[in-house]
Design a binder for this molecule. Structure first.
Ligand SMILES: [Zn+2]
Length: 495
C-alpha cells in the first residue's frame, strides 16, 4: 500500500498537449472573448471541466506550479463574477479557481489535481450546438487504472469458469454529447435509464453478467465503448440509441449490425495501424488487435463475427418487434457504426424509435413500455447466447471484399495507365520541343551563313541580307577592298 502511494507520488503529472486556437489577433487592451459558463463532468475514471466562451480563446501554455497546481491564462478575456473558487469533492480535481487579471485583461485558470492524475487541456471550436470551449480533461493515475483492469480480469476469469455469459450494454452518448432530442426526450438520459433496466434483467439471471459501458452522465469515446467489452471478453455487445429524422412521419425500431462497407473501412484502418506499428499508449484498454493478422485473415475474422452479429440482430429484433403493438419495427439493418467494428464479439446497435415522431416519443416516454423493451433486449440477446449457433462466415461480406478488391485493382490499373499515358505524352512533348529548338538553331545558323555566288559584291550581299555593309565586313574580318570568291562562306551578322 505504502509502496504504491510512493510510486504514485513519483509519477509526474503529465501534460499531454495544449492546442492553441487560431484566434484573431486583437489589440492588447481589447476584450475578445468572455466565459459564459463552467461545467463539470465526471465518470468513474475521468473528469472534464468545460469553459464555454463567446469567441475562440487565446490560451497560454499550461504551467505546473510547485504544489501540483496547474495554471493557464486566457488572453483578452473577461469573466463576469471576477473571481470564482470551486472546491470539489472529486477524485481528479481538488479545487478550481477562475479569476480575472485586470492589468493583463486576461483570465487566469488555476486547478489542483491529486498526484498522478493525468491532465490534458484543449480548445474546441464552436459547432451548431455549442460555443467555443476550453476543455480540461483529467484521468485517474495509470497505476490505479491498471489495478482496476486487473481486478476486472480476475472477476471475468472466475465468471467464465462458471460458464457465465458476459453482456456489455452501451447506453449511447452522455455528458457533453446529449445525442438526439425531441418531444421532451433527451437521448443520453433515456438510453441510460434503458441500459440500467436491461442490465437489471440480465442480472436477475445467474447465467449472465451484464456490464454497462457508462453508468452516469459522462462521455466515453466510441472506440473505448467496444474496447471495454473486448477487455472483459464479452459474449455480446449491445449499444442503445434513440433515433431522429427530419421527416417526422418516419418511425419504428431498428436493429443494426456491421455493414460490409464499414467493415472494409475498419479492416483497412487496422491493416494500416498494424503496418504503421501504431502503439496504443494513449488507450486505456490494451489493444486486442493481433498484429500478426494479414488483411485476408482480418477479413475472415470479421466475416465470422458478422455472421454471429446477424443472428444476434435478428433474434433481438424479433423480440423487440413483438413487444409493443403500436411500436412498429423497421427491421434489421446494416451500418458502419464505429461501436460495431469489434473483431472480438457479436455487436448490435438498437434504435428504440424516433424521438422526432410524436407516437414513438409518447410510447418511449412510458415507463411500462420502456421496461417491456428492456426485457425484450434481454430475451433476444439471451436467446442468441443460449442457442447453439454454429460457426459460419458472412459470405456476402467476403463477396463484397472480393468485389471491392477487384474494383480497387481496376481503379489502380486505370490510374497506372493514366500515369503511363501522361508520362508518354510528356516525353513526346519534350522530344518535340527539343527538335523544334534544334531546328530553330539550324535555321538561325543557316540564316547566319551565306555562300557567295557569281556576280555578288559585298555591298550587294549586305543589301540582300538587309544588314549594313560595315557590320558585314566586321563579321567576316574583311575590308572594303577585300576580294571575295564564288563559293566562299560569309557570316551574316544579326540585324
Ligand atoms: Zn444515438
Amino acid at each position: 500500500m505504502i509502496k504504491t502511494e510512493l510510486l504514485t507520488k513519483k509519477i509526474v503529472l503529465i501534460l499531454f498537449f495544449v492546442c492553441f486556437s487560431v484566434a484573431n489577433t486583437v489589440c492588447l487592451a481589447e476584450i475578445n472573448t468572455r466565459i459564459t459558463d463552467i461545467r463539470f463532468w465526471q465518470s468513474p475514471e475521468e473528469a472534464q471541466i468545460v469553459l464555454d466562451l463567446t469567441k475562440p480563446p487565446k490560451v497560454s501554455e499550461v504551467n505546473l506550479i510547485k504544489d501540483g497546481s496547474l495554471n493557464f491564462n486566457i488572453k483578452n478575456c473577461s469573466f463576469r463574477p471576477g473571481r470564482q473558487r470551486y472546491p470539489l469533492q472529486n477524485p481528479f480535481l481538488e479545487v478550481l479557481t477562475v479569476q480575472e487579471v485586470d492589468k493583463d485583461m486576461s483570465v487566469n485558470v488555476n486547478f489542483k489535481t491529486p498526484t498522478g492524475v493525468q491532465a490534458k487541456t484543449f480548445v474546441l471550436p464552436a459547432n451548431e450546438r455549442k460555443s467555443d470551449r476550453i476543455v480540461i480533461f483529467l484521468r485517474e493515475p495509470a497505476a490505479k487504472q491498471k489495478q482496476k483492469r486487473d481486478a476486472e480480469l480476475a472477476e471475468v476469469k472466475q465468471l467464465k469458469s462458471e460458464n457465465v455469459k458476459i453482456v456489455v450494454i452501451d447506453p449511447g452518448h452522455g455528458g457533453e454529447d446529449p445525442g438526439t432530442s425531441g418531444h421532451g426526450i433527451i437521448e443520453k438520459n433515456h438510453v441510460m435509464a434503458m441500459g440500467k433496466l436491461v442490465k437489471a434483467y440480465f442480472d436477475r439471471d445467474k447465467k449472465f453478467k451484464a456490464v454497462l459501458t457508462r453508468d452516469g452522465d459522462y462521455i466515453i469515446p466510441l472506440d473505448r465503448r467496444r474496447q471495454i467489452a473486448e477487455h472483459l471478453g464479452a459474449d455480446a455487445f449491445v449499444s442503445l440509441h434513440y433515433n431522429y429524422n427530419n421527416t417526422k412521419s418516419i418511425r419504428g425500431i431498428e436493429v443494426y449490425y456491421e455493414s460490409p462497407k464499414g467493415a472494409v473501412g475498419e479492416a483497412e484502418r487496422l491493416v494500416a495501424e498494424i503496418e504503421n506499428k501504431v502503439d496504443f499508449a494513449d488507450s486505456q484498454m490494451p489493444s486486442t488487435i493481433d498484429t500478426a493478422l494479414s488483411k485476408k485473415e482480418l477479413i475472415e475474422k470479421q466475416a465470422k463475427i458478422m455472421y454471429k452479429s446477424k443472428f444476434l440482430a435478428e433474434k433481438t429484433e424479433i423480440k423487440l418487434a413483438n413487444t409493443i403493438q403500436e411500436l412498429p419495427s423497421r427491421g434489421v439493418k446494416r451500418a458502419g457504426f464505429k461501436v460495431l467494428h469489434s473483431l472480438a464479439m457479436p455487436s448490435i446497435l438498437v434504435e428504440f424509435g424516433y424521438v422526432s415522431n410524436s407516437k414513438d416519443a409518447s410510447i418511449l416516454k412510458n415507463n411500462i413500455n420502456r421496461s417491456k423493451l428492456a426485457q425484450s433486449i434481454y430475451a433476444g440477446v439471451s436467446d442468441f447466447l443460449l442457442s447453439e449457433i454454429e460457426d459460419g462466415i458472412d459470405e456476402g461480406y467476403i463477396a463484397y471484399c472480393v468485389h471491392a478488391d477487384a474494383k480497387k485493382a481496376a481503379a489502380e490499373k486505370a490510374e497506372r495507365l493514366r500515369k503511363e499515358r501522361a508520362a508518354k505524352k510528356a516525353k513526346l512533348k519534350k522530344q518535340q520541343d527539343e527538335l523544334r529548338k534544334k531546328n530553330e538553331l539550324l535555321r538561325k545558323k543557316a540564316a547566319s551563313l551565306y555562300k557567295v555566288k557569281s556576280g555578288d559584291t559585298l555591298s550587294k550581299i549586305a543589301s540582300k541580307k538587309r544588314v549594313s555593309l560595315n557590320s558585314l565586313l566586321k563579321a567576316n574580318a574583311l575590308k572594303l577592298n577585300s576580294i571575295i570568291k564564288i563559293g566562299q562562306i560569309l557570316n551574316i551578322p544579326e540585324k
